[in-house]
Design a binder for this molecule. Structure first.
Ligand code: BV8
Length: 250
């Protein structure tokens, strides 16, 4: 796979690179993307309909079990070469910031250290009533399980549609978008706000925009470079060409 030598040169000399990842980067770890049709028990449900406080209040057991299913997919999955390539980038680029929309924790498991999680993490659980994190609870057959502090229902520590993102996360992400030389948009359809506004902030601030996506979401027409293959193929090859002596597996 050959890349435009000018792109390689720009990536080699960039002092600041910001990456925004979406569900597409975890596709090659076997985790279905958010817009893909769901399977099995969940094939009749739209993810966007289940990932809301209203859905949880309407049917807490259904929503809790949906997240249990997704947690099982995530715990069985492994980070893929795309995740690993971003770990290497974090080690080599003077200022590298990783913003993820994903809730699967695969960037952490790959070894990325400085991660801005916009939408929370499915492996963390919190109290629906008071939002405090809970890591142990009584498995007494109640679904959802109850908060050991207040007896309220437990929920995943993710940001549902209609809920605000953690203010620190979105502020850090906006700063990372506005203060970067190159912005990598990787595996995202760019349909969910406010995350979807980040690449446009970067362009506004004069960054070079590189998109990694086999498809052509709305952002594509604004990209300086469109790399239209799966991230698991593109990113390892890209880092090998940026740092040839070291390669993606050293
Ligand atoms: C907010 C956690 C302020 C949960 C997620 C009306 C009422 C209320 C809100 C709104 C409204 N209208 C609009 C909004 C705003 C709303 C929104 O944007 N809605 C959309 C659907 C229109 N946003 C919000 O509600 C946000 N909060 O705005 O607060 C507010 C408050 C009250 C009222 C108004 C506003 C909260 C958004 C966060 C939602 N939570 N996740 C969970 O996971 O269960 S978002 C969820 O969807 C994911 O985390 C992810 O972020 C997103 C999916 O997007 P992608 O990651 O892009 O994935 P997708 O499947 O779409 O695309 C995958 C891409 O990968 C594709 O392009 C594909 O081509 C590509 N691909 C495939 N294979 C590969 C690949 N790429 C590379 N390599 C491959 N191999």
């Amino acid at each position: 796979m050959r890349f435009d030598p000018k792109l390689i040169q720009q990536l080699q000399t960039a002092r600041r690179i910001t990456a925004l990842t979406g569900a597409g980067i975890s596709k090659e770890s076997g985790i279905p993307t958010f817009r893909e049709a769901q399977t099995g028990l969940w094939e009749n449900y739209e993810a966007t309909e289940l990932a809301t406080p209203q859905a949880f209040q309407r049917n807490p057991k259904l929503v809790w079990e949906w997240y249990q299913w997704r947690r099982s997919l995530v715990t069985q999955a492994e980070p893929n070469p795309a995740h690993m390539a971003l770990v290497l980038m974090e080690q080599r680029v003077p200022t590298f910031r990783l913003i993820t929309q994903n809730v699967d924790g695969l960037h952490q498991r790959a070894g990325s250290r400085n991660i801005i999680e916009l939408h929370g993490n499915i492996l963390r659980t919190k109290c629906f009533e008071h939002n405090h994190l809970v890591d142990h609870w009584q498995e007494d057959g109640q679904i959802p399980p109850r908060c050991p502090v207040c007896g309220g229902q437990l929920r995943p520590d993710v940001v549902w549609f209609g809920e605000n993102l953690p203010s620190s996360a979105i502020q850090r992400a906006a700063a990372a978008a506005q203060q970067t030389d190159i912005f990598l948009s990787i595996g995202t359809s760019g349909l969910v706000n406010p995350a979807a506004s980040l690449p446009y902030m970067a362009i506004e601030a004069g960054a070079l925009l590189v998109e990694v996506n086999p498809d052509h979401p709305p952002l594509t027409i604004y990209a300086d470079y469109q790399l239209t293959s799966p991230a698991g193929e593109i990113l390892p090859e890209l880092v090998t060409q940026i740092w040839p002596s070291k390669g993606a597996n050293s």
